[in-house]
Every structure is written in structure tokens, then in C-alpha cells.
Design a protein around this ligand. Structure first.
Ligand code: PEP
Ligand code: MG
Length: 587
């Protein structure tokens, strides 16, 4: 009698790294150190206990160091493990654990557990996805110390000798860095989010990964057949014959597509009639530069700087900011890096600001409004940007400009920052291009006035659509109305492009709208000089641009602007460019 077919199960998680793999699951059964005993240490033995803790930290450090030395070349510049080494010596973790052992006269395991739980709670309370990920860095580091304290063994990922897909509750960056590409086809985890370092590592290694599945380790057993679709975030357990055939085909299509894309990604985005568009990357972390380079980005079109502010109770100081900016600028040089000044509040709340409880944060004290109200915070960042500018090609971008006086005040603050650096005798560069983010409708109306104050405009469609169509960008109930192709949005973009041409400014777009292949003919026709998007979308955007002719796209845009609805515009794109797009686009 044949075995009954196992029921196909579909799990939905977060697509952390693109690609498709099909294979046997390998459950990484990490033996966590869950139960920690508490016992008291006699006064005269306290020093020895501290020494035992320090030895465990040193072993953890040696482990990280040896992984760093043996990690694949693709990961050499990701710095995550270097960050972990720095965390090992962090005052909050290391210093306070030593202090707890001494003041409470308790064993090292207990002291470490107490300090780490406190740190995690602080992170978790902040309720921000990015911060939760940073909490996981603390967990990975402390797990490593704890294992060394209790003498537990670790799952040796490097020693896996079959071709498998890893299934884990969570994988630390140290573990992902040991992945043997000849063996591991991909991985999936219960934990993790969009900004997790683990996802970034998977992208650098170019293996499919889905994170945030919550129940993967419960639903999947070792040796189960699974499909991982890192493009959509879908994982299928016990796939049926039909599903397998479908995914084998998708996998082949994707691999063919990727091979072509990779070959072409370093070609420039030049239209068939010789017009070159710059295709740049949006980043949030220096670690993403690996992807930007792999995907052939012409530079950084938007470096969102707010994350460095969200990771803490206090504000980062100038040296910290300068260090990060300089790293990005040096890694990208001679390509340009567009550093956007702080865009906090709105949808990116800062945890340490209890005085900013606003009922309508999207219309509140966010971005440039916040910076102008907090001159010290602003000046610290401006000085760091100007100092980093001495190391490469930096452009500065001011977010949420809604009024003429705002850009005047922002530039005044920039000049003051430059003067103070001059006085302090620190190297800096003031002659950098100044950009205005056009993301509030009033900035479009005032574009002719604002143009006199800037070198370029960068259209932030994520917010521009929200404010122009009165649709909260995070509200599911109205998500169907959030239409980049709405004629109102297109007219706003056209006005910014027209004013830029008249006034001799360059015009860029860095909102999500710029990442879609479908929008390329319109954006080219409307006259964008540069598009900036998530790194993975760059190769496709370049590819589509190379197949277009600007003069045709201009004619097309003129006709599209006569349409009365987003659907009308969409249908026109399909009718005119549907064939080209379906040939070039991966779906
Ligand atoms: C935008 O608003 O389009 C944009 C790029 O900025 P953010 O998504 O960070 O608000
Ligand atoms: Mg915005």
C-alpha cells in the first residue's frame, strides 16, 4: 500500500532575500541555555567569578574573530560580526554584568541573564521593527557568552554535509556567515524582519531566505521536502506534484532572469536614443552597500539616516554619525552619496521623545520641522555630513520641505555648521549639492521659488501620494486608493520636472514609484534625470530603460497625462509597452 500523500502546507513570511529553492529541510536544533541557575558567590571568590565571565567573553570574541577570518568573500564588508565584537565590550552589556556580579555577589550566568533581559525589554518597549532587530544582536552576542560560560556546544553549521535548506528559530549573523554555499541552498527562520542583518547577509550571499515565519520550526521536521520562495515570502511544506512542477518552472525562470540581469547590471541605463539615467540605491544601513554594488547601483540616491537615532534613549553624537557617513561615502567613492537629514516622527517615531505624542504625526512635527525646532540635534548631524563630505562625493537632501522659509533656514543652519567646523579647524567640505525632497504638495506649487535655493529636487512619492490624495500610507483600508498613476500625482510630477528644466536643476525620484518597471516609460518621458530605489530593483530598472527610446516615451507621457483615471493610464502602459515589459520584467 502506498503512503498517503502529506497535506501541502503554505506558510507566509517576509521575503528577506530573493530566489527560489526546493529541497530537504534541516532543522537547526540549537540548544539554547534556557534555565539559568542563580547562586551566590562568596566575597573572596568574586574576583574569580568576574575572571570566569571575562574568559567566556574572550572565547566568544575568539569565535567571532575566527568566523570573520573564514567567512566568504561576499561578506567581507558587512561589518556585522565586527559590530558583535564591539557589543561584547559594550558598557551596557559587559560593564554592567561585571558590576552586577560584584555588587549582588551572584554567579556570572545570572548576572548576564539579568542585564540582557533588561536591555531586551528596553528595546522591545520601543515597538519599532528596526529596534527589535537590534535587540536580536544583543541576544546573539549574549547567547554566545552564555554558551561559553556553561560549556554548551553550538550547532556547527559549517559542518553540515548535505545539500539542505536551514530551518531555525533564528540565525545569528555569526551563524549565517558560516554558511557553506555548496551545501546550504537557502534558509528560513521563525524570527526576523525586513531590516534584520540575517536577511542582509542572505542577500549578500545571494541565497533565498524567508524570515518572520513564526511557526516554521514547529511545522517543519528535518528531511521534509520544502519550497522556499524568497521573492514572495512563501514557504510550502510537502508540496504536491503539481506545485513542485510549477515551482521548478518558476525557479528556472528566475535563475535565467537573474543570470541575464547580473551580466547586465553594470551596464549603464542608457536609452536606445542615447539618454543616460542614473539608477541609484536607497539604503538605511552601511551594510547594504554590498547589495548596492552587486546590483550595479550608480550611487546612493537616498541614505535614510533616522535609524541611528532610533536605536537608543539618547541622541547619537557627531563622531558616531561622522563615522557611519564616512564609511558609506568611502565605500561608494567616487560615486555620489545623497545623505538625507533626519526624517523622524511621522511614521518613524523616536522612542526617546515622550513630549512628541501627536494625534496626527504625519502632519506633525516631523523631518525638517523637527530639526528646525531642535537646532542642536540638527547642527550635530549637519557637521557630521559636512565632515564626511571631505571623503568623497556627498549631496545633502532636506526632507518634507513645505515652505520657502524652511529651505532658507536649513541652508542657514548648514552654513553655521560649516563656520563652526572652520573655527574648530576640522576638515570639511561645504561645496556640496543641496537637494529638496518634494513630498508635500505645497512644495510642488512653490517649486519655482524653491528652485532658486537648490541644486536638485528629489521627488518622494511615498509621501507625495499620501498628502496629495489624502491617503495614510500605512492604512490598509485605503491602500487600494494609493495610486502612483493617479492623474493628480502625474500632474504634480510633471510640474516639478517642468520647473526643473526651466530653472536648470536636476530632477530625481526616490519614492517607491521609481522602483517599478511599469513606471519607467512615464518617468523617462516626464524627464527624470535619476531614479533611486531598493538595491534589488536596480538591475531590472536599468534593463527596462535600456530598451526604451526617450523621444517615444516623451510622446507617450504627453498622451498619458490626458487620461482621467489611474486605470486609464495603466491600460495605456499595457497597450503601448506591455510586450516589452513582459519580456524584460520578472514577475
Ligand atoms: C518618500 O516619501 O517618498 C521617501 C522616499 O521618503 P520616506 O519613504 O523615507 O518617507
Ligand atoms: Mg518621505
Amino acid at each position: 500500500m502506498s503512503k498517503p500523500a502529506l497535506q501541502e502546507i503554505i506558510l507566509k513570511g517576509i521575503n528577506a532575500s530573493p530566489g527560489i529553492c526546493i529541497g530537504k529541510a534541516y532543522l537547526v536544533d540549537k540548544e539554547g541555555v534556557d534555565v539559568v541557575e542563580k547562586y551566590y558567590i562568596k566575597k573572596k571568590k568574586l574576583q574569580a567569578e568576574v575572571k570566569r565571565f571575562k574568559a567566556a567573553v574572550k572565547r566568544a570574541r575568539d569565535e567571532f574573530q575566527s568566523i570573520i577570518e573564514n567567512r566568504p568573500e561576499e561578506l567581507e564588508r558587512d561589518y556585522i560580526l565586527e559590530t558583535h565584537i564591539a557589543l561584547l565590550k559594550d558598557k551596557m552589556l559587559y560593564g554592567r554584568t561585571v558590576e552586577t556580579i560584584q555588587t549582588e555577589a551572584v554567579n556570572a550566568e545570572w548576572a548576564l541573564k539579568k542585564i540582557v533581559s533588561g536591555l531586551i525589554m528596553t528595546f522591545e518597549k520601543m515597538g519599532d521593527a528596526y529596534l527589535k532587530e537590534r535587540a536580536s544582536d544583543v541576544v546573539h552576542v549574549s547567547d554566545c557568552i552564555m554558551r561559553n560560560l556553561v560549556g554548551a556546544t553550538t550547532e556547527n553549521i559549517a559542518a553540515i554535509d548535505k545539500r539542505v535548506i536551514l530551518v531555525a528559530n533564528d540565525l545569528s549573523p555569526a551563524e549565517t556567515s558560516q554558511i557553506n554555499l555548496a551545501r546550504i541552498m537557502g534558509f528560513i527562520t521563525n524570527r526576523g524582519g525586513k531590516t534584520s542583518h540575517t536577511g542582509i547577509v542572505a542577500q549578500a550571499l545571494e541565497i533565498p531566505a524567508v524570515v518572520g515565519l513564526e511557526t516554521a520550526t514547529i511545522e517543519i521536521k528535518s528531511d521534509d521536502l520544502i519550497i522556499v520562495d524568497g521573492n514572495t515570502g512563501i514557504v510550502i511544506i510537502h508540496p504536491s506534484e503539481q506545485t513542485l512542477v510549477e515551482y521548478e518552472e518558476r525557479k528556472i525562470n528566475y535563475e535565467e532572469y537573474k543570470a541575464v540581469i547580473t551580466r547586465e547590471s553594470h551596464l549603464s541605463a542608457e536609452t536606445t536614443d542615447g539618454v543616460r539615467l542614473e539608477v541609484m540605491a536607497n539604503i538605511e544601513l552601511p551594510e547594504e552597500i554590498v547589495s548596492v554594488k552587486n546590483y550595479g547601483g550608480d550611487g546612493i540616491g537616498l541614505y535614510r539616516t533616522e535609524f541611528q537615532y532610533m536605536n537608543r534613549q539618547d541622541f547619537p553624537n557627531e563622531e558616531e554619525l561622522f563615522g557611519k557617513y564616512r564609511e558609506v561615502v568611502e565605500l561608494m567613492t567616487p560615486k555620489p552619496v545623497t545623505i538625507r537629514t533626519l526624517d523622524i516622527n511621522g511614521d518613524k517615531a523616536v522612542a526617546n521623545q515622550s513630549d512628541f505624542n501627536e494625534t496626527n504625526p504625519a502632519l506633525g512635527l516631523r523631518a525638517i520641522r523637527y530639526c528646525l525646532r531642535k537646532p542642536d540635534v540638527f547642527k550635530t548631524q549637519l557637521r557630521a555630513i559636512l565632515r564626511a563630505a571631505a571623503f568623497g562625493r556627498v549631496r545633502i537632501l532636506f526632507p518634507m520641505i513645505a515652505a520657502y522659509f524652511e529651505i532658507c533656514e536649513a541652508i542657514k543652519a548648514l552654513d553655521e555648521a560649516a563656520e563652526s567646523l572652520e573655527k574648530d579647524g576640522l576638515p570639511y567640505k561645504r561645496e556640496i549639492d543641496i537637494g529638496i525632497m518634494v513630498e508635500v504638495p505645497s512644495a510642488v506649487v512653490l517649486a519655482d521659488l524653491l528652485a532658486d535655493k537648490a541644486d536638485f529636487f528629489s521627488i518622494g512619492t511615498n509621501d507625495l501620494i499620501q498628502y496629495a490624495l489624502a491617503i495614510d500610507r500605512g492604512n490598509r483600508n485605503v491602500a487600494h486608493l494609493y495610486q502612483p498613476l493617479d492623474p493628480a500625482v502625474l500632474r504634480l510630477i510633471k510640474r516639478v520636472a517642468d520647473v526643473s528644466r526651466e530653472k536648470g536643476l536636476e530632477v530625481f525620484m526616490c519614492g517607491e514609484m521609481a522602483a517599478s518597471a511599469q513606471h519607467m516609460p512615464l518617468l523617462l518621458g516626464l524627464g527624470m534625470d535619476e531614479l533611486s530605489m531598493n538595491p534589488q530593483s536596480i538591475p531590472q530598472a536599468k534593463r527596462v530603460i535600456r530598451a526604451l527610446k526617450r523621444s517615444d516615451a516623451q510622446m507617450f507621457a504627453r498622451e498619458a497625462l490626458k487620461k482621467k483615471t489611474a486605470r486609464g493610464v495603466f491600460e495605456m502602459i499595457q497597450d503601448t509597452y506591455g510586450d516589452i515589459l513582459s519580456e524584460l520584467e520578472y514577475r
